[in-house]
Design a protein around this ligand. Structure first.
Ligand SMILES: [Zn+2]
Length: 563
């Protein structure tokens, strides 16, 4: 009896595959097992996402289990469930072989040995080609549609509009919601803040955009219905050029930008979405016949300058250097786990921290407790410095973290070894092809072998590139480890630096050591609890360049809340 694992994958995230559902994949696998006494000991169900990369959590989990020897055969319904990229697939299969795991497709049997590999590659090649065509079809199709003057394909119309016809090529004003759009613009011009406007819309029982979509049966999957108006929705509406009859089409493009890695200082490449410039020939501004204006130019401009002024005020207030060290996720409510948020008290002219639940009227056992921001900031900082006064504690924690790091990278190391093995093997194969080409008796055979040699060369290039990338990642991790090591080693010197730290330095340090402050009411024992670790250090910093202003940062100035 063999220990089997099945690997199922959806083709796109969150969507049931129309062609080959998870259920069908499982059925095919069950049929393959048939009446034999094999048992499935593990099922890996990949929710989908990019099918040309193996960097998927469920896939990684499967690899780890394979490495741990939890199963000996991995079953897939079809080869393309594994990966649509043939080179990626080859490395994964090779790596699994190193773990003693055989990969079997329930519907596309392949023999053992080099012929099997060839057939498998053909399956993967077909899948890769198909993926290429799918992509080509969708983006090319969209672009063509927009450039022919029709609205881009959408599941539902923008708030304020209805589709004019079944082609969904243009909008007409929606009698129900267009008046709300105008109302929001008018209220803003009259000087009300977005928060007051949101409250008024709620009071008047005006349904939110998502409530409208739900009622009309147009709510996209994964969208949550908002029961109350929020300021970001209103802000979004007020900035939308469609409402003044200047809807943009094909207005966003993807570019690659190089940024300095915040820790290692190396250049990294990042994909970014940017708005096309007004003079970009690719940009389409839809005429009023396609998207009729709902507000006049003058109102739109007036609102634009009000929003700009608000934003300037907000960012000026946020830069107050000595305020809210813990904003953006360092402070956590001890009762409900939500973030603590800074609130400004006009009366006392100071900030306090309070649980964000008070904003949404959501139940929090802590009710409306608060801490004076300066006090909690000061306590936190003194606690951080105290850690540096105890180098032994720091050292111990660092060693633990280092051990975890090595453990966590074991798959990457194995993958590097697999790539090296494959590259060596393919180089030999390429050599043979070239010799055979030279010895060929006729032109046809020579061409055939030359072609195989160049295909092998292409594979070698791909794998070498991945090998370099992976080595770079690991080298960066090493370098990063050294940096942390040096901070730890600095000990007393670090302490001196920290004593003279600026506000930004402090924020960076809190990030680096993943400091968390839990707070409860004043009479709770303990009223607050500090914790820290090295765990999220690397990822969090790499993910976001704006680590000084982490997302979720929210400060409500001019608030009179008594929280
Ligand atoms: Zn709470």
């Amino acid at each position: 009896m063999a220990r089997l694992a099945e690997y199922l994958r959806r083709s796109s995230l969150g969507e049931e595959d129309k062609n080959y559902s998870l259920e069908n994949q499982h059925d095919d696998i069950a049929r393959w097992i048939g009446a034999s006494d094999h048992t499935i000991v593990r099922t890996f169900s990949d929710p989908g996402g990019k099918s040309d990369t193996l960097n998927r959590p469920v896939f990684q989990k499967m690899m780890l289990d394979a490495k741990a020897g939890l199963f000996h055969t991995l079953l897939v319904g079809r080869w393309d469930r594994f990966s649509r990229n043939q080179d990626q697939q080859a490395v994964a299969i090779y790596q699994l072989q190193q773990y003693g795991v055989k990969v079997v497709s329930a519907t596309q049997p392949t023999p053992e040995g080099p012929i099997g590999t060839l057939i498998r590659n053909n399956y993967a090649f077909a899948a890769e080609l198909e993926l290429y065509h799918i992509r080509e079809r969708t983006t090319a199709g969209k672009k063509k549609r927009v450039h022919s003057g029709l609205l881009p394909p959408m599941s539902h119309p923008r708030y304020g509009y209805l589709f004019a016809d079944s082609i969904k090529g243009r909008y007409v004003s929606d009698p129900e919601t267009s008046s709300v759009v105008r109302y929001i613009f008018d209220l803003t011009v009259s000087g009300l803040t977005l928060k007051v406007i949101a409250a008024r819309l709620d009071d008047e029982g005006i349904p939110t955009p998502t409530q409208i979509l739900e009622r009309r049966g147009q709510l996209p999957k994964n969208r949550v219905v908002s029961v109350e108006w929020n300021t970001s929705t209103i802000n979004y509406i007020l900035k939308e050029p469609a409402y003044v009859g200047k809807m943009r089409g094909w207005g966003v493009m993807h570019i690659f930008v190089e940024e300095l890695h915040p820790i290692t200082g190396e250049l990294i490449e990042k994909k970014k979405q940017v708005r096309r410039g007004e003079n970009d020939p690719e940009l389409v501004i839809f005429p009023p016949e396609v998207c009729p204006p709902l507000v006049d130019e003058k109102t739109f401009e007036a609102v634009g300058s009000i929003l700009k002024r608000n934003q300037e005020n907000a960012s000026r207030n946020l830069r107050d250097p000595q305020s809210l060290l813990l904003r953006g996720g360092f402070g956590i409510c001890g009762y409900c786990g939500r973030n603590l948020c800074g609130f400004w008290y006009n009366r006392d002219a100071r900030y306090v921290y309070s649980c964000t639940s008070s904003k949404h009227n959501n139940s929090c056992e802590g009710r409306r407790f608060s801490w004076v921001a300066d006090e909690l900031d000061d306590l936190t900082w003194r606690w951080v410095m105290h850690q540096f006064e105890n180098p032994d504690v720091l050292r111990k924690k660092f060693e633990q973290w280092k051990a975890d790091q090595v453990e966590g990278k074991s798959l990457e190391f194995d993958r590097i070894a697999s790539l090296e093995g494959l590259i060596a093997k393919t180089k030999k194969r390429k050599q043979n092809y070239m010799v055979s080409a030279g010895d060929a008796k006729d032109e046809e055979t020579r061409i055939e072998f030359t072609h195989m040699a160049s295909e092998a060369a292409r594979q070698i290039r791909e794998w070498t590139e991945e090998h370099e990338q992976l080595s770079k990642v690991i080298a960066q991790a090493e370098q990063y480890k050294e940096r942390v090591e040096s901070i730890v080693a600095m000990g007393q010197v670090a302490l001196e630096h920290l004593q003279a730290a600026t506000f930004d330095d402090k924020r960076v340090t809190l990030h680096a050591f993943d400091v968390k402050v839990q707070a409860w009411r004043h009479d709770h024992k303990p009223p607050f609890d500090f914790s820290w670790g090295f765990d999220r250090l690397h990822e969090a910093w790499v993910q976001s360049r704006g680590f000084l202003d982490r997302e979720g940062t929210q400060v409500f100035v001019q608030s009179h809340r008594s929280c």
